[in-house]
Design a protein around this ligand. Sequence first.
Ligand SMILES: [Fe+2]
Length: 298
Amino acid sequence: MRIADCGLRIGHSSLVLLLALFFVTPVHAAQEQGIERKLAVLEKLPAKFSFVVLGDNRAGDPACDAIYQKLIAAALERKPDFIVNTGDQIDKPGNIEHWKRFWELSNKVAVPYLTTVGNHDAHIDVPGSEETYRSQVDLPGKELYYSFIAGNALFVVLDSYIKGEDKRITGEQYAWLEDVLEKTKQKHKFVFVHHPLYPEKGKGKHYGNSLDRYSVERDRLQALFKKQGITTIFTGHEHYYNRKTVDGLVQVITGGGGAPLYADDADGGFHHFVVMTVDGDRVRGEVVDMHGRTRDSF
Ligand SMILES: [Fe+2]
């Protein structure tokens, strides 16, 4: 067959191949790669690597989306090796259009993007929303809770919104968590869970109604974290930034990914993301706001 304009003589099969190459859109690296491949990359990270943590962006609400889009662009400038979202990735549980929007807004993310399930992602009173969550994410293990290794660190993501166990880490999940933490040989251990263990009293909207609602189970969880030497616990749900040390454990609430804020700026009520850098034995955190200002470091 002859293509007149370029005078190129090619066979039928070559033409099919050419057309296929022309029309096939390049797959989007972050979301289209299988989870096994993404995790294999993370496991081989060198001694120095970094990751970004943010949460409560609530895609689907245009006002939140504009903020999230700016934050994610600024976060990517830091060249993280991966991103972890602490939950409430979308506004309305089970809403496919909101998920579509979330992935559209995140389409510049070419590194693995790991999510935590929040009450806006899969609500116990919204039938089918958990199935929708699972269909939208590609995560290891049970997807709602899972662990993975990046460089010399263990990452554990928990589900604090299981029907009948909401705002508690109990049952099968707790037994799994104990086992994962007991068996790990990793130097650093990071935990992610949507509901904070210790929301701030007199601030935000969920004091007394997060993991602190069930103090016996919360205390047992904290004791396990203490026993196993968790490096940092990241949570969301409260739309502000807060860092505190409880019984020697660093607890970061990072719920400033786009949704309306629950506190004054001076009280942590600013939109932000957290950049964590692991360098061998050392771990450093930097909190960056919408204007690129460093608001906290630890
Ligand atoms: Fe939430």
